[in-house]
Unconditional design. Structure first.
Length: 149
């Protein structure tokens, strides 16, 4: 139960938030995030994520109940809880790389251009970052890919 919940919560929500920030950061700031720092963020966080939450599946199968703060040492849960703890020490620097990337790229990142993703949606047809008014006139949409050729 605990492992599944965290896999869904972190995997489904937090990774989606990271993806959204990576996607929208160029539109909001006009700068691209650093690819090298992004790779460090992804791999450290992903290794830590699996190392933290996968062992909880095993300890759950071994009968470990939820919401306990201590347990007898002879239950067989020690190694799995230790691995979960070690995983957190991968996630923390992963998140730090993400924050460093946000700050570093804001000041030193490469210019993103107006549409760095070759996106299909209208928001990428204006400058990055966009002006206050977004569009000088309302754009006409005549296809599924209004920005495409």
């Amino acid at each position: 139960m605990v492992a599944h919940f965290h896999y869904v919560l972190i995997g489904g929500l937090l990774y989606t938030v990271f993806a959204g920030i990576y996607y929208w950061y160029p539109k909001a700031t006009g700068k691209m995030l650093d690819n090298r720092l992004g790779h460090w963020h992804f791999w450290l966080f992903t290794i830590g994520f699996h190392l933290t939450f996968f062992p909880q599946h095993i300890s759950g199968f071994l009968g470990m109940p939820r919401r306990i703060f201590t347990y007898d040492a002879d239950r067989g849960w020690d190694i799995w809880n230790q691995l979960s703890t070690i995983g957190v020490f991968f996630q923390i620097p992963g998140v730090l790389f993400f924050v460093i990337n946000l700050i570093y790229s804001y000041f030193y990142g490469k210019d993103a251009g107006d549409d760095p993703w070759d996106a299909w949606t209208l928001e990428w047809s204006t400058t990055s970052p966009p002006p206050e008014y977004n569009f000088e006139k309302i754009p006409e949409v005549r296809s599924r890919r209004p920005l495409g050729t």
